[in-house]
Ligand binder design. Structure first.
Ligand code: PLP
Length: 398
């Protein structure tokens, strides 16, 4: 009970929704003049003009009406063709549904599956909204942690399997991962899928960073190791690959049997995505490969610039990621990452995300998004160096 008659009427799971540590830190620094924001997971470039033009043209042509709840057929065809050319996997237009971005796809996945008391094993540290999405449905998160060993993030699959019990409804995997850049290889995906299949458990795979990889063409997808009608939901998004975070466009790849259910849930939530945005989505898929290539090159350059500096700072422990656009590093002696991130705002005027926001295994870490221009990154690092880089000179000369 909050003692406030209005708030006391809230559904318990809603009232208890945690505010993410990222927001707590952002509220501390939001209005500070000149702050260098590296806390959120997005690039600093606007959406390319040809994507905006496709939306504007469709709007002018009068494509302003309700559409099929799961997206117009040409878009679902484009998504199926994209899945084929990207992962070599055939999916039908009844197996892909357009939704209001990756976040909605996740919410919808949990809405379909999670009953109060169900458990979801989530591999973390991971983006906090995953935990909240389970919890708001009355589910319980069981944390399977990846660990930083010898300069690489590793998952112990046997430890993950040991977390499963009769209440386990789903296993959640975000690969490539936010905030670590950890990537699950195909053999691990196959082993996990087999385990899930044998137990009748769902796999919810968040693959929104599949294009942001630096050592190969594309990240391995669960779609490549799954059999048709496996209990698999793959969450995807236009946000990261095509610089479209503000458009709120994403998609879910799912067993065909779920299409009518998804249509019903979309009906009673958003009732679908505006048609002119769907035309922009088609343009991105069909003509946007260069956007992905450019972004990947920019992020790789950003990663190398950031890691060349951070690796020389002795107080930090970190692994140069092969994917996504984050540096996630441990700071020697830091025990409260929210307070430390606030101190960084006060003293360096740089916004970083606190590691504790990403689950219990994230405390002790900070996250920096390197999807920014070299000039911005250099300015940010210069400002951070007095706090995080103490002792760097001795090590360089040692
Ligand atoms: C792991 C992960 N999944 C999903 C999303 C959701 O992205 P969007 O809702 O913009 O598609 C994000 C955004 O940061 C993310 O990091």
């Amino acid at each position: 009970m909050s003692g406030n008659a209005i708030l006391d009427d809230l559904r318990r799971d809603v009232a208890e929704l945690a505010e993410t540590g990222i927001v707590q830190v952002a509220q501390h620094g939001w209005d500070k003049p000149g702050l260098i924001p590296m806390w959120f997971g997005e690039g600093d470039q606007p959406t390319p003009a040809f994507i905006c033009d496709a939306a504007a043209e469709a709007m002018r042509k009068g494509e302003t009406f309700y559409t099929d709840q799961r997206g117009i057929l040409p878009l679902r065809q484009a998504l199926a063709a994209y899945t084929k050319r990207t992962f070599g996997v055939d999916v039908g237009t009844d197996e892909v549904s357009l939704v209001t971005a990756g976040m909605s796809a996740l919410y919808l996945a949990m809405d379909m599956l999670i009953e109060p008391g169900d458990e979801v094993i989530a591999i973390g540290p991971v983006w906090p909204n995953i935990y909240s999405t389970v919890e708001i449905h009355g589910g319980v998160v069981r944390h399977a942690s990846i660990e930083l060993v010898d300069g690489d993030w590793r998952l112990d699959l046997d430890r993950l399997f040991a977390l499963a019990n009769d209440k386990t409804k789903a296993i959640f995997v975000n690969s490539p991962g936010n905030p670590t850049g950890w990537m699950m290889e195909s053999d691990e995906q196959r082993a996990l899928m087999e385990f899930a299949r044998a137990r009748g458990v769902w796999v919810i795979a968040d693959e929104v960073y599949h294009q942001l990889v630096f050592d190969r063409e594309v990240a391995p997808s669960f779609l490549q190791v799954a059999e048709r009608d496996d209990k698999l939901l793959v969450v995807n998004s236009f946000s990261k690959s095509w610089l479209m975070t503000g458009w709120r466009l994403g998609w879910l790849t799912h067993p065909a049997a779920l299409a009518p259910t998804i249509a019903k849930l979309v009906q009673i939530t958003t009732s679908g995505v505006p048609q002119f945005l769907q035309r922009a989505a088609i343009a991105a898929i069909e003509d946007g490969d260069w956007v992905i290539r450019d972004l990947r090159a920019r992020c790789k350059a950003g990663r190398d610039l950031v890691f060349d500096r951070l690796e020389a700072w002795p107080k930090l422990k970190l692994a140069r990621p092969k994917a996504a656009f984050y540096a996630f590093f441990a700071v020697d002696g830091m025990t409260d990452s929210v307070e430390f991130a606030k101190k960084i705002i006060d003293e360096a005027n740089v916004g970083l995300a606190p590691g504790s926001a990403f689950g219990p295994a994230g405390e002790g870490y900070l996250r920096l998004c390197f999807a920014a221009s070299e000039a911005t990154l250099a300015r940010g690092l210069d400002a951070l160096e007095p706090i995080l880089g103490a002792g760097a000179d001795q090590r360089r000369s040692a």
